[in-house]
Write a protein that binds this ligand. Structure first.
Ligand code: GUN
Ligand code: FE
Length: 429
């Protein structure tokens, strides 16, 4: 038997392009090592002697990608969500993140975080840690132990932050470089990422310094952009020399000079949108968070029409849901409000469209991830939705079953998970 070949059978569903759903009922997916070799309705003769993992009537879909997640805010889910961004950060988020000087606390929460991501079918995540190098390295280690893939950032904050959660510029740069060196070659699927929290908490010297580190170590960048009116006004005050908020990151080398994710992007003007497109910046769309913090509804259709890549983010704990399936439903719901608010000019999303954003849209930030086309890393969820059936009279198509799982299913329906070709079991951390 050929080494490293797996054959899996079920109802295979994925989106090779935005809005285009491919369905292969009762079909075989052939995986060699980490990657998909092909999908077959009938197994070619050369493979018929091999063992097949038959998931029978289950759905097999790409793993979910969370493009924006704050692991140290996990304990704060559901707290302070009757506030706007800046008071929420000050009263709830910063005091919680300050606790991560304590590595025992960090380890206890991060174990739960990793288990929860696994549980809800998130297979790749772009994650913020805190300013603390040791705690953040621990998070990376736990994700790798669980077999999940991701980028994890040690956060940088050297201004406008409470005394319990601030670094000097020099310390921030030194700790970031130490963190990079300790983690960059350590794990195959989990890597460091440069993570300025946002412009208000990063001095020009710090932004310049971490941009140099991103270049030196060839690392991606993640941050927040144009989430809230108060935040945007503050950035304008801090940087009157720059044309706009995106321009601040761009000026200091943190806007597409390396692959970049910007969370939220709700209130960008046309000049910023042009810069986002030109700089190939990814947008992490976080509709739960945007509702909770009264931030607004991001013009995601407009970004896509401008050729900007978009993925979905939970933004835990601005968002209170870890589940990317829930985030998909919220993305559809807020897109309908946007449609109404734009005189029905910005079309709302279809299920295949948000399914794309949740898989290949965000997944492409990680390489060939988020699809079952040949050559893609095999990240998958096996969905047993039999508990969602109503009666034998209701015959649902595969498309309908996917929609119903997304809207009314939960982690109980996810019966197997794969990342980069490997089946990952419940983490034993
Ligand atoms: N902007 C700066 N920090 C944060 C954060 O932790 N969450 C959100 N939603 N926005 C931010
Ligand atoms: Fe965030």
């Amino acid at each position: 038997m050929a080494e490293g070949i797996k054959i899996i059978k079920g109802n295979i569903v994925f989106t090779p392009s935005f809005g285009q759903l491919e369905v292969f009922e009762n079909s075989f997916i052939l995986i060699e090592g980490k990657t998909v070799k092909g999908i077959y309705r009938e197994l070619p003769a050369e493979y018929t002697h091999m063992a097949v993992t038959d998931y029978q009537n289950a759905l097999i879909i790409p793993g979910f990608v969370d493009l924006h997640f704050h692991a140290p805010q996990f304990a704060n889910r559901g707290l302070g969500l009757d506030l706007e961004l800046l008071p929420w950060l000050e009263r709830y988020t910063f005091p919680e993140e300050a606790k991560y000087t304590n590595i025992a606390y960090a380890q206890a929460v991060y174990k739960q975080v990793v288990t929860e991501l696994w549980k809800w079918g998130t297979t790749r995540v772009a994650c913020f840690g805190t300013i603390h190098r040791a705690a953040t390295a621990k998070l990376l280690e736990l994700l790798a132990l669980a077999g999940l893939g991701g980028y994890v950032g040690k956060v940088n904050m050297d201004r406008n932050s409470p005394s319990s959660l601030i670094e000097t510029t020099a310390q921030s740069l030194a700790d970031t470089e130490d963190y990079i060196k300790a983690t960059i070659d350590r794990y195959e699927l989990v890597k460091p990422i440069i993570t300025p929290r946002f412009v208000p908490t990063c001095s020009p010297e710090l932004m310049t310094g971490i941009a140099k580190l991103a270049q030196k170590y060839n690392l991606p960048v993640q941050s927040h952009l144009s989430e809230n009116a108060g935040e945007i006004a503050w950035v304008k005050e801090l940087h009157p020399e720059c044309p706009n908020y995106a321009g601040v990151y761009h000026r200091f080398g943190l806007f597409g000079q390396q692959p970049t994710i910007m969370a939220h992007c709700i209130h960008n003007d046309d000049a910023e949108i042009a810069l986002m497109a030109q700089s190939k910046v990814y947008v992490a769309h976080c509709p739960y968070s945007n509702n909770n913090l009264a931030s607004g509804i991001a013009p995601i259709r407009k970004y896509l029409d401008n050729g900007i890549a978009v993925g979905l983010g939970s933004d835990v704990a601005g968002g209170h849901e870890v589940s990317i399936a829930r985030v998909m439903t919220m993305a559809v719901q807020v897109s309908k409000l946007k449609w109404l608010a734009t005189d029905k000019s910005e079309k709302f999303f279809t299920i295949p469209e948000v399914f794309y954003l949740a898989t290949k849209g965000g997944g492409s930030f990680f390489g060939k991830v988020g699809s079952f086309e040949a050559g893609y890393e095999f990240d998958a969820l096996v969905i047993d939705d039999s508990s969602l059936e109503v009666s034998a009279c209701n015959q649902y198509s595969v498309e309908d079953r996917l929609s119903r799982f997304i809207y009314i299913g939960d982690y109980h329906n996810i019966v197997a998970r794969y990342v980069a070709g490997a089946k990952i079991e419940q983490p034993q951390l």
